[in-house]
Design a protein around this ligand. Structure first.
Ligand SMILES: CC(C)(COP(=O)(O)OP(=O)(O)OC[C@H]1O[C@@H](n2cnc3c(N)ncnc32)[C@H](O)[C@@H]1OP(=O)(O)O)[C@@H](O)C(=O)NCCC(=O)NCCS
Length: 190
């Protein structure tokens, strides 16, 4: 377990650094076709572990990143919510991306939104970010809905081809959503 990022608590979640025991559960999520429906491929155990390595390195280096999400009630690892600096170049980079991936049995209870709201607050109030972005294939309706519930907005003119997805692949086209600190502050002062 790294010491990279502060623990963040919400009503039902603890967002924390990763533990060795999270890896097996995370690998199980990453080979669930429902969880991976909007990604190009299921992940092997090695690929899933490599993602955890990257998450830990990002948390360590920046003090934020993909936080492991644990249910307060049961201490169960359920996935991650994330503030992440994408490494690819695009019209909107450099940027900080907010993202989420939860085990299927925990969907539909508002947990992704709850964790992401805490990270938006952390991003604006503690990290002083001017903006967070998010992106997904437009068909990922649950993810789009989380973005909307956070108050993010899409300008279709900013839709883009994800550089790490091959040309011609049906998942290549992505929608970009943005939320600025000013808009977030205005939403929270109402
Ligand atoms: C995206 C994901 C994290 C959402 O997690 P969650 O905890 O279920 O999200 P929430 O409950 O906070 O919100 C989901 C919203 O999507 C809505 N939704 C779910 N399925 C939907 C569908 N098929 N069509 C439209 N809306 C849908 C829910 O009703 C809810 O909105 P509401 O609160 O207005 O009712 C989860 O589905 C997941 O892990 N998916 C796989 C990984 C992934 O695709 N990550 C995002 C990559 S960009």
């Amino acid at each position: 377990m790294t010491e990279g990022a502060p623990k963040i608590e919400t009503e039902r979640l603890i967002l924390r650094n990763w533990r060795e025991s999270d890896r097996e559960l995370f690998a199980r999520m990453n080979c669930d076709p429902a969880v991976m429906e909007h990604f190009p491929a299921l992940l092997s155990r090695e690929e899933s572990d490599a993602l955890v390595d990257r998450a830990e390195a990002h948390l360590e280096q920046h003090g934020f990143g993909p936080w492991a999400a644990e249910l307060r009630a049961t201490q169960e690892f359920i996935g991650y919510v994330s503030l992440f600096i994408p490494q690819f170049e695009a019209a909107f980079t450099p940027c900080v991306e907010i993202g989420w991936r939860l085990a299927r049995e925990h969907w539909g209870k508002g947990l992704a939104t709850e964790g992401a709201r805490a990270l938006v607050r952390h991003g604006f109030e503690i990290l002083k970010l001017p903006e967070v972005v998010s992106f997904t294939v437009p068909g990922n309706l649950p993810s789009v809905r989380v973005m909307e519930k956070l108050g993010m907005s899409r300008n279709p003119l900013e839709d883009f081809d994800h550089p790490s997805i091959p040309d011609g692949h049906p998942l290549r086209r992505h929608a970009l959503y943005r939320l600025s600190r000013e808009v977030w502050k205005a939403m929270n002062s109402r």
